[in-house]
Design a protein around this ligand. Structure first.
Ligand code: 5GP
Length: 212
């Protein structure tokens, strides 16, 4: 059986990437979710083994040392990583493994697995991004500023991705990713996509200059 290429989704926080990843998996028989390990504490209804494998720092270190991770990174002060075994086992079975990971991890996956498809997800507008971050309720002004500054850094790297998609309508995004998987979507990073990155970047930079 042909090994299936992993699908890597990265996006600034508040773009709806995790919802998108789960919807893609629900609607695609050939996609499975990559459950990451993390040192952060579980939130609300998150379940060990389903959303993440929640590990302590020592266990995380041991997985790095034994070479069990395909990639790992520190994001907003916590560590996250993708276990190699699940990634390889699913790929061997012909399943596209969907990775919801940050940009540092995405670039490590590209180095390790050159046929991985790297997709960067943009919000439809900076106003929508701000709204989504505020609705989460956890975003106090200084945390919001931190998230926006991280978004700027992530957008710097977006040009290195294979595809840019805009999360305006969830179902359209799912369809776009299914087309990428099926090889129907062949247009990579065109000038329109680069323009969208720049519009988002300058919008966030402007928000950071005023009150938010
Ligand atoms: P959260 O804590 O909000 O679930 O995730 C924070 C960030 O870590 C998100 O950008 C998420 O995509 C990223 N992340 C989740 N799992 C992994 C992983 O295994 N590796 C890397 N590099 N980033 C991850």
């Amino acid at each position: 059986m042909k090994r299936a290429a992993p699908i890597v989704l990265s996006a600034p926080s508040g773009t709806g990437k995790t919802t998108l990843a789960h919807r893609l998996i629900e609607e695609s028989d050939d996609c499975v979710f990559s459950v990451s390990i993390t040192t952060r504490t579980p939130r609300n209804s998150e379940q060990h083994g389903l959303d993440y494998l929640f590990l302590d720092e020592h266990s995380f270190d041991k997985m790095i040392e034994s070479g069990e991770l395909a990639e790992w990174a520190c994001v907003h002060g916590d560590r996250y990583g993708t276990p190699k075994k699940a990634l390889n086992d699913s790929a061997d079975l012909g399943h596209h493994v969907v990775l919801d990971i940050d940009v540092q991890g995405a670039l490590q996956i590209r180095d390790a697995i050159p046929d991985a498809k790297l997709i960067f997800v943009l919000p439809p507008s900076v106003d929508v991004l701000l709204e989504r971050l505020k609705i989460r309720g956890t975003e106090e002004s200084d945390i919001l500023g931190l998230r926006l500054r991280s978004a700027l850094e992530e957008l710097e790297v977006a040009r290195d991705f294979d595809y840019i998609i805009i999360n305006e309508h969830l179902s359209d995004c799912v369809q776009e990713i299914q087309d990428i998987i099926a090889g129907k979507e062949t247009v990579g990073l065109n000038s329109e996509a680069i323009e969208s990155i720049e519009v988002c970047r300058s919008g966030i930079a402007n928000v950071l200059k005023r009150d938010y």
